[in-house]
Design a protein around this ligand. Structure first.
Ligand SMILES: Cc1cc2nc3c(=O)[nH]c(=O)nc-3n(C[C@H](O)[C@H](O)[C@H](O)COP(=O)(O)OP(=O)(O)OC[C@H]3O[C@@H](n4cnc5c(N)ncnc54)[C@H](O)[C@@H]3O)c2cc1C
Length: 494
């Protein structure tokens, strides 16, 4: 059995992935009820395509195809993506609590056991597994798992118990306030601020004292955000605290009223920030995913893009290992593939923080950066980075698709169930013979020639292309074996 510490989005996603791969994981979650704390407002990047592959896009209110953002922002500067031929920046605006609800429902449908009110308090590793010490509603008990995955957030107990260091930087600088409010000064979405002027929605207004933003991410729930470089963080966060912060940033008063309609309503103040990546993602039979493995600023919303893809990367590999068909080094590829993605996120979120900072030099840098961002190829590069599509996994072929996330060609049977698939666009006669050896593990899906990406494409359960080729299928057998183990041996019939 595989135990997962933490039933946040990443722990729940991993549970779904393992269940799809035939496992019955147990999720240990210390909260007795799902958290209503407002966190992510949505997902950005490749993760949206992954959720589409799993058939979850519609359930999350994302429609039938991933939405490509015509514009976004980088370092609080507007990023125009309308000129890109193949815009990679898919987005799905959905509150994190809704995502967690959908993932929990899906996990339960798939037979996952979720133990709420159960906190991981200790662990001991041995040859055959991990003895997990759990504090539950009836007291302490031990759970014997073959593997334990820490999906227990930035302050991860599992990471600490496994003795995994968390190097990086923390800063005390900057106070961020955010609240759902009513804004009497809104006229057709624009905010009229007497003594300052009109402020359009979704545009970061940077002054020498900080940043102001108003935006309506959920219909009927205007959100006001301020960031101050030198502000003091004390006393309880109140609407009045926000009003004073707005006055300091804009040098003008903005009428702000309490939020209307149904909650939960956001009223939050955060100070400083952390950029850290776990020294390793694995210690023996213990793995880390999500915020337990890395933390960074929320610039551009990259957290769930990282974490949910880690769940998809680790899920099928752990299941393959437990079921005995994993190639020897398969589990090690979890870290070699996913760590570079986290490093890129830490790099670009820190770069964005620097671009949004105070001072006349930064103002000049922003002006110059804004010029660069009008270039289509620069916008494309930033979009690829924000989408998490700037990394390429190592495979045995140099076909342009190999090592990349599968281009969006709609929901595909097989991938919906997190199974590896061979996409056959060309009805290649040799393919059936080759695929036969892996028929128990790999599905063959025939697709129309006019949707052709290559003659044959081998896609891993996490949506990444392991092999693609045209004409001869040389190398396919080796790549199947490299990811999905030895072909089954056919029993001789005498
Ligand atoms: C203000 C804010 C805005 C954000 N905006 C975005 C955004 O727009 N887009 C985006 O992609 N990301 C965003 N993020 C980041 C995103 O919220 C996180 O990346 C995400 O919550 C990480 O999920 P997780 O499952 O790894 O950890 P968590 O969500 O922290 O879940 C961990 C779970 O583990 C449980 N737990 C902890 N310790 C134990 C234990 N010992 N035993 C059992 N259970 C335990 C906790 O109760 C919790 O339920 C934002 C974050 C914040 C704070």
């Amino acid at each position: 059995m595989i135990a997962i510490a933490g039933g946040g989005p990443n722990g729940l996603m991993l549970a779904c992935e393992l269940a799809l791969a035939g496992e019955r994981p147990v999720v240990l979650e210390r909260l007795t009820e799902r958290s209503q704390e407002p966190k992510a407002n949505g997902m950005v990047g490749q993760v949206v395509r992954l959720l589409h592959q799993r058939g979850l896009l519609r359930r999350l209110g994302g429609g039938d195809v991933p939405f490509r953002a015509p514009g976004f922002f980088f370092g609080m500067l507007p990023l125009d993506l309308s000129g890109l031929e193949d815009n990679p920046l898919t987005i799905l605006p959905v509150p994190q609590r809704r995502l967690e609800q959908v993932l929990e429902e899906r996990a339960l449908e798939l037979g996952v056991e979720i133990r709420r009110g159960h906190e991981v308090a200790g662990l001991t590793q041995h040859d055959r597994g991990v003895d997990v010490e759990v504090t539950g509603p009836q007291g302490k008990y031990a759970l014997n798992a073959e593997f334990l995955v820490g999906a227990d957030g930035g302050r991860s107990t599992v990471r600490k118990l496994a003795g995994i260091d968390f190097p990086g930087v923390s800063t005390e600088k900057g106070v961020n306030r955010a609240a759902h409010v009513t804004l009497p000064g809104l006229v057709d979405g624009q905010l009229e601020v007497p003594g300052f002027g009109r402020i359009p929605p979704g545009v970061h207004t940077r002054t020498e004292h900080g940043v102001f933003l108003h935006i309506e991410l959920e219909p009927g729930k205007p959100l006001v955000v301020t960031i101050e470089w030198d502000a003091v963080d004390d006393g309880p966060m109140t609407l009045d605290d926000l009003r004073q912060s707005v006055r300091r940033v804009l040098g003008a008063d903005v009428p702000i009223g309490p939020p209307a309609g149904d909650g939960p309503h956001l009223l939050r103040r955060l100070s400083g920030g952390n950029s850290r990546i776990a020294e390793k993602y694995r210690s023996g039979r213990v793995f880390l995913i999500g915020d337990a493995a890395h933390v960074h600023s929320a610039n551009g919303g990259p957290g769930l893009n990282l974490g949910l893809q880690e769940a998809a990367n680790l899920g099928w590999k752990l299941a393959a290992h437990r079921q005995g068909w994993a190639p020897e080094d398969l589990l090690d590829t979890y870290e070699t593939e996913r760590r570079p993605a986290a490093e890129r996120v830490v790099m670009h979120t820190q770069a964005q923080s620097a671009l949004a900072g105070p001072g006349p030099e930064v103002t000049a840098l922003r002006e110059f950066f804004a010029e660069l961002m009008t270039k289509v190829d620069v916008a494309g590069h930033i979009a690829l980075t924000m989408a998490g599509s700037d990394i390429r996994y190592r495979t045995g072929t140099d076909h342009p698709l190999a090592g990349r996330f599968l281009p969006d060609i709609g929901e595909i049977g097989g991938l919906r169930d997190a199974r590896p698939v061979l996409l056959d666009f060309a009805r290649n006669t040799a393919l059936k013979d080759i695929a036969d050896g892996w028929r128990d593990r790999v599905d063959v899906v025939e697709l129309a020639w006019d949707e052709r990406l290559a003659d044959v494409v081998l896609v891993r359960p996490d949506g990444y292309v392991a092999w693609a080729g045209d004409g001869v299928l040389s190398g396919l057998r080796e790549e199947l074996a490299a990811w999905f183990g030895r072909p089954r041996t056919l029993t001789a019939v005498s």
